[in-house]
Design a protein around this ligand. Structure first.
Ligand SMILES: *Cc1c(COP(=O)(O)O)cnc(C)c1O
Length: 657
């Protein structure tokens, strides 16, 4: 169900307001920051978002100041800020959670994580994960040959695992075998039955074998967007008959001694812990059976799927999870421990391939609002001989204005007035379409409808404003905020899979936001908008935002987007990558900028599409010469035009302030 937000007290455009009574706590509540932001984001006394990259371990940055300081360095918006300390903190939390669970359940195995490269392949990000993860021998998971190359070259720790997933040809497998001799620890996970033959032939070819894992196709029920990653018809994994046949084949050629790992993956963002529990039980039984069949085993890989509570609602809905990291670790450890002890086998080393849970928090996308298109709040002057629809709307407005809060005994009265206004507005549109109403009368009709909405909002208590009857009342007055970014580049999942990310202004949070709005991006695509916002489990279509102030920037942050967004982002309308910076807290306090990754220039995105910027310039130069000759373009203007274009080619694809 979609509901409108419930935090609105007054008419959005009322200028008086109660700014004095508005506190940063109100903002925190309004944007649910205390629910999803913990422990990395909060609000300071200045009304700015603050970042605590080390969680509770201390050290705070004022995000708004940071953004300003980056702009002084000529790093224009939109800007992606990566807080590398958050990656370390996430890894530490993951290992601590499993560590605690292992002690609590007296588990005699160990935990060893890997990071799935597909989640964010950016060099600086992977390097950071590898460096931060060293103390735990944290490894990488590759899902393709190119990712394998990254993993092989970046992991030097012989104890760190390198899980090889995805489709594999013989070269992929041979690379993994050879990497074993290099001193790496790659485990080739059989995902398709025909890979068994390729493993056998690659091993024969090289006279050496890889470490082998099997991905099981679990039959346990699943749910959520990636629910079909499991089940008998899923794309990946071996069915039970295939697993048995694999064991037979490996045994025949003497490779069963290399079968050490069982893998499953339930799909990303598991919302409901009950689904994980079922899968764990099934996988644990398969693990035990594989041991009984003579495989040495030793590892159980529970895949990814550890979810993020994007809206902080703690529910089994798509933007949330009904479990914590600790619940997750406890369930994995307890289920495996129980099953192994019941069957008297040594519990495996547990592997997780959590990507989203590691990489979501550390990056924040910052963009500015270019302008906001709000509906006018002018009541048009009365003129002689106005058409009937316009007079009807005036009358409706007058009637609403005559109602006072005190005299109001039934909301149905207001409901009726609003229905009238909507009907007259429709009539006006019909009359316009048929040619009976001029443009200026149509404009009056629209303005009067908005005036009716505004007058009604003043009369309605908050509870009624959000009821279904009045739901289009607030959207009638909503504003469109034009945002300097492309969702196709920076938040593709909002478009592709309806994913929700927390969006909120990063300043003015000590001020009540009196406008309702949604964001539209720079692309010429009507899908290029953010019109669905987190709201405690029940998404809302409009976000509370501030009215723009003349000459003052309005800066918005998109949070929790560190996983998948960058890689899935595309060149729609030729918007390229944004500027990105890596920020690290320094020991002496404050921060330093570790890396700056410059945004794509227009030249670069043109070249990505096989255009040659120099050639484009040359054609324009020739055209300018012709225009000069014709006398339609002055030489000076021709020079100016070329200068603009040449400069522009060197700049990013976004709007410059
Ligand atoms: C995508 C993927 C992951 C990562 O999933 P998250 O939900 O990001 O943790 C892990 N393992 C496999 C096999 C995957 O395909």
């Amino acid at each position: 169900m979609i509901v409108e937000s419930s935090s609105f007290e007054n008419s959005p455009n009322e200028s008086s307001g109660n700014a004095e009574c508005w506190s940063i706590e109100d903002s925190s509540r309004l944007f649910d920051l205390d629910l999803w932001g913990e422990p990395y984001f909060s609000i300071n006394d200045k009304g700015h978002v603050t970042v605590h990259p080390k969680g509770e371990k201390g050290g705070t940055l004022d995000l708004m100041n940071l953004v300003n300081e980056m702009q002084f360095r000529n790093l224009k918006l939109p800007l992606l800020i990566r807080f590398d300390d958050i990656i370390y903190d996430r890894l530490e939390r993951l290992h601590d959670a499993f560590g605690r669970a292992i002690i609590q359940y007296n588990y005699s195995g160990d935990f060893k994580g890997v990071f799935p490269v597909k989640c964010n392949q950016q060099r600086h990000v992977i390097e950071e994960v590898v460096t931060c993860g060293k103390q735990w021998h944290f490894g990488l998971e590759a899902g393709s040959k190119a990712e394998l190359l990254i993993a092989l070259s970046l992991i030097e720790d012989p104890e760190a695992l390198l899980i090889c997933n995805g489709y594999k040809d013989q070269r992929y497998i041979e690379t993994a075998i050879l990497a074993r001799h290099l001193g790496r620890k790659p485990i080739v996970v059989i995902e398709q039955f025909d890979e068994v033959e390729r493993i056998i032939s690659a091993s024969r070819e090289l006279g050496a074998s890889p470490l082998i894992g099997i991905r099981a196709k679990l039959t346990s029920r699943s749910s959520g967007r990636w629910g079909n990653s499991v089940g008998e018809t899923s794309k990946f994994g071996l069915s039970i008959p295939d697993i048995l046949a694999t064991v037979e084949s490996l045994k025949k050629v003497g490779l069963l001694s290399e079968l050490q790992l069982l893998h499953f993956h339930l799909g990303s963002q598991i919302n409901d812990i009950a689904i994980l529990k079922d899968a764990l039980q099934e996988a644990a039984q398969i693990y035990v059976e594989l041991s009984r069949l003579g495989a040495p085993m030793g590892y159980l890989d529970v895949g990814g799927g550890l979810g993020i509570d994007y809206d902080g609602s703690r529910t089994a809905t798509s933007a949330s999870t009904n479990y914590s990291l600790q619940n997750y670790a406890n369930d994995v450890v307890a289920t495996l421990g129980e099953c192994c002890s019941a069957n008297c086998i040594q519990p495996p080393i547990l592997i997780s391939e959590s990507g989203r849970a590691i990489a979501s928090h550390f990056s924040v996308l910052i963009f500015n609002v270019l302008s906001a298109g709000a509906v006018s709040d002018v009541i048009p002057e009365v003129e002689d001989e106005e058409p009937l629809v316009v007079r009807n709307l005036r009358e409706t407005l007058t009637n609403i204005q005559l109602i006072s809060k005190e005299s109001l005994n039934q909301f149905s009265e207001l409901q009726e007035a609003w229905n009238d206004a909507l009907k007259f507005k429709d009539d006006a549109l019909t009359a316009f379409r048929l040619g009976y109403l001029g443009l200026s009368d149509r404009s009056k009709a629209e303005q009067l409808t908005w005036s009716c909405a505004r007058a009604l909002l003043k009369l309605l208590p908050r509870k009624e404003v959000i009821s279904d009857d009045f739901k289009d009342l607030r959207s009638a007055l909503a504003s469109t905020y034009f945002a300097n970014f492309s969702i196709f580049r920076s938040a593709p999942d909002t478009w592709a899979i309806d994913q929700l990310f927390p969006f909120m202004p990063i300043h003015r949070l000590d001020e009540e936001p009196k406008q309702l709005g949604h964001f539209v991006d720079l692309t010429c695509d009507s899908d290029g908008k953010i019109g669905k916002f987190i709201n405690n489990g029940e998404p809302k279509h409009l976000l509370e935002l501030h009215n723009l102030k003349e000459g003052e920037p309005y800066i918005i942050g998109m949070f929790l987007g560190g996983a998948y967004q960058e890689v899935m982002g595309n060149f729609h309308n030729l918007f390229g990558t944004t500027n990105a910076v890596h920020i690290r807290m320094s020991k002496e306090g404050g921060y330093h900028v570790d890396h700056v990754v410059r945004a794509n220039t227009k030249s670069e995105v043109l070249q990505a599409m096989e255009h040659e910027p120099q050639q484009l310039l040359e054609r324009l130069r020739v055209a300018s010469e012709a225009a000069i000759k014709r006398g339609t373009l002055k030489i000076n203007d021709a020079r100016l035009l070329m200068e603009h274009i040449e400069t522009s080619l060197r700049q990013s694809t976004y709007l410059q302030r």
